[in-house]
Design a protein around this ligand. Sequence first.
Ligand SMILES: Cc1cc2nc3c(=O)[nH]c(=O)nc-3n(C[C@H](O)[C@H](O)[C@H](O)COP(=O)(O)OP(=O)(O)OC[C@H]3O[C@@H](n4cnc5c(N)ncnc54)[C@H](O)[C@@H]3O)c2cc1C
Length: 372
Amino acid sequence: MKDFDAAVIGAGPAGTTAAIALARRGLSVLLVDRCAFPRDKVCGCCVNCAALRELAETGLGDIPGQLGAKPLREFRLYCGNLVRSLPLPGGVSVSRRVLDAALVDRAVASGVTFRQRTSAKLGSSEKNHRTVLLRCGDDQQTIRAGIVLAADGISGSFLAGDPPIVAPRSYMGAGTFIPMEKVPRNYRAGTIYMACATGGYVGMVRIEDGSFNVAAAFCPRTMKIAGGPGAMATRILAQAACEAVPALRDAPWHGTALLTRRRRQLGEHRVLLLGDAGGYVEPFTGEGIAWALASARLVAELALEPWTHHTVARWTQLHHQTIGRRQRLCRAVTCMVRRPKLLGFLMRLSDGLPGGNFMMKQFNRGVACPRM
Ligand SMILES: Cc1cc2nc3c(=O)[nH]c(=O)nc-3n(C[C@H](O)[C@H](O)[C@H](O)COP(=O)(O)OP(=O)(O)OC[C@H]3O[C@@H](n4cnc5c(N)ncnc54)[C@H](O)[C@@H]3O)c2cc1C
């Protein structure tokens, strides 16, 4: 049995950056992911300025530029027959395929041991360590780690004993890519196009290779009635008076679990949860990567301290005060987005208000450099 100071489960932005932070502080770190890298992930692929700042503060700020990420300048919101455009204070679009692979490369360069195509299961609990069972094809291995960071994403079941609480009427996520030649010309690089209608919303952005990344949140029942994600996205674009993207209907879509979920406790003995595994809301404000990176930075600090009976409670409280605070704001925004009539009313009202489009700016807060 091999020993590590820390084992990190999941090589998304949360897991890789936590692993890097710990390795740089001299810990022996194992990073495990069940997928083969590079891999795609359903995501809007918008890295907002808070996320860019987190990357810069961990010395990873050069990565988006190296990957050819497209700078974001505009957020365009479509609802009913209304369109509103907001300038963005920063952020870039880059596919998760290349971003996550680059983060894994940096983790390996920082001394992290990386195992891909390996799924992890939580094993026994001892006073000074946890065991983790690793499975890669027919090979099985057990390792021991002083601390386990579970960054296994929204549908992660690493901490199976304490499942997340899924919000009633939660939307599900869905995503696809449209090749460059099938994207109508009016859709420019540097703009996030967001169409909202009854039963969901669709976000579209050009990524580093010019293709269109499409990510959506749908009411599962409405989507089923509409005839699937392609038909639902097409309908939302039509209802929101957003230019049609004919290739959406028959594109290969991927779905996610129900999105809005939280955890009562963010861990158990010698295990801490971070990133989406610790709770998620909805993608409308495009903050998930920033939450993942911020939670990795905070949890890595805590993981360096000696483990006590209070560690899980301290992490739960810290998360609640930092990432949880942003998630509650995002939840309030998404409640509004779910009501297209109310959203349209607010869009119209904001035009007539003195002081300009204050309300519109609230929609944009997620991409407007929040501090966590
Ligand atoms: C539709 C949609 C649109 C979004 N748009 C945006 C956006 O534009 N901007 C933004 O910032 N955020 C967005 N998000 C949110 C963002 O994708 C997530 O918040 C972010 O990926 C969380 O990172 P993570 O590291 O916690 O988890 P993930 O990136 O999900 O990584 C988890 C990893 O764990 C691995 N794993 C799971 N279980 C195991 C196991 N048992 N053993 C080993 N490995 C395991 C998985 O293979 C995966 O690689 C969006 C989300 C959705 C659903």
